[in-house]
Design a protein around this ligand. Structure first.
Ligand code: FEO
Length: 394
């Protein structure tokens, strides 16, 4: 039988690690896997706070049974309806026929629509509380962190905040549960990748949620992914403050598409100039090799962005087009941007990249550089000027 990991008095970890799924949301690669965190409050009444993805339900149920034995579950608190957490709702509802589903007024139609379980629903609103015995749970709405129905649950007796997706991370926990049981630096990049690609569009709602949470006295943050925080809470909140306000560090992401290496040659010249100008953080990505989720994560980190693409059937290279579509969809703000491109008989890539930068309302730095065919002698200087202009703008 699993030995339950205690989070606080009466509160236990029942989460599971997923190392099998290749793409989170069938979209983002998760080479390091992901944890679906669930928590059980075993008091006079039993509450489960968030569940797990359906593929992991067997292990999850064994963990729940290890914590509560044959006691019934009274409440399933649904902080968030996305199926990486709510996937197990139907099975839990079948196993525990008296279990109530707790959510807010935006959760209810989703519970009915996805599961047909509206008759088991208990609606809570801002600040409402359910009593479990010695413990209680109080609810605060956090819309769009990550869906409209998102809320957080607070256990005042143990000062535990169940934060849903907020402060979550990709990456499996590999035997650990708490942030001081593992190498937190290993998770920081994956926390930013999770935030930037999944919640990054919703900076303003995240800011509102952070303001609201600042009024709560919590010592443990139990998110639905990643380690349970008790030693790095302030640091992680600061990271969220920066990301949600698009506050960046000195550094440059160079993202380029290149079919046969001519556009890549241009990127190399710009990169060298940046380094010669003293920029230490230069991150170069071939958009056909590196998944956009990693590139977008670094764009959230660094102020500078340089985009390069060949003209491809009178358009951008399709992988560059895909990257900029995602950046535009997320609405990344506050960047300084340079562009370059190449073509063989008719150039449109630079024009299209310029249009993208204008639509994003970003600051363009330096003069765009466009070359025909292979890198020509006179283009070296133009590319170095672009690199210098970028370095000067940081
Ligand atoms: Fe982890 Fe938005 O679900």
């Amino acid at each position: 039988m699993y030995r339950a990991v205690k989070i606080a008095e009466n509160i236990f970890y029942a989460g599971v690690n997923d190392r099998r799924t290749h793409l989170f949301e069938n979209l983002m690669p998760i080479e390091r896997g992901v944890a679906y965190n669930s928590y059980v409050i075993n008091d006079e009444k039993v509450a489960i706070v968030d569940a797990v993805e359906i593929g992991q339900v067997d292990r999850f149920l064994k963990k729940v049974e290890g914590i509560i034995g044959d006691k019934p579950v009274d409440y399933l608190v649904i902080n968030h309806m996305e199926p990486d957490h709510a996937g197990a709702v139907n099975i839990l509802a079948s196993l525990y026929p008296d279990m109530k589903l707790v959510g807010n007024k935006k959760t209810k139609p989703m519970v009915e629509g996805f599961f047909g379980l509206g008759d088991r629903f208990v609606e809570v609103g801002e600040g409402d509380t359910i009593e479990l015995g010695k413990n209680s749970l109080q609810f605060f709405l956090a819309p769009m962190v990550h869906w409209p129905e998102t809320m957080v649950s607070y256990n005042p007796q143990n000062k535990v905040l169940f934060s849903g997706d907020a402060f979550g991370s990709f990456g499996t926990l590999d035997g650990a549960v708490f942030d001081d049981e593992l190498d937190i630096d290993y998770f920081k990049d994956e926390m930013r990748r999770y935030y930037s690609n999944i919640v990054g569009k919703y900076g303003s709602p995240v800011q509102k949620a952070l303001d609201k949470l600042a009024g709560l006295d919590f010592e443990i943050v139990a998110a639905t992914h990643g380690p349970v925080l008790r030693s790095h809470i302030d640091e992680v909140i600061k990271m969220y403050q920066d990301w949600s306000t698009h506050t960046t560090q000195e550094g440059v992401v160079i993202a380029y598409a290149s079919m046969y290496g001519n556009t890549e040659d241009m990127a190399e010249v710009v990169a060298r100039e940046l380094v010669e100008q003293g920029v230490k953080s230069v991150r170069m990505y071939d958009v056909s090799k590196t998944d956009s989720s990693y590139i977008i994560s670094d764009i959230f980190k660094y102020k500078g962005l340089i985009l390069g693409s060949p003209t491809y059937t009178n358009e951008l290279h399709p992988n560059m087009e895909s990257l900029i579509n995602k950046i535009e969809h997320i609405g990344v703000k506050n960047h300084v941007v340079g562009v370059f491109g190449s073509f063989s008989w008719a150039g449109t890539a630079v024009k299209l990249l310029n249009g993208f930068v204008e639509r994003m309302d970003w600051e363009i730095v330096g003069d765009p550089v466009e070359q025909k065919h292979a890198l020509q002698k006179d283009k070296f200087e133009e590319l170095r000027k672009l690199g210098k202009a970028m370095a000067d703008s940081l």
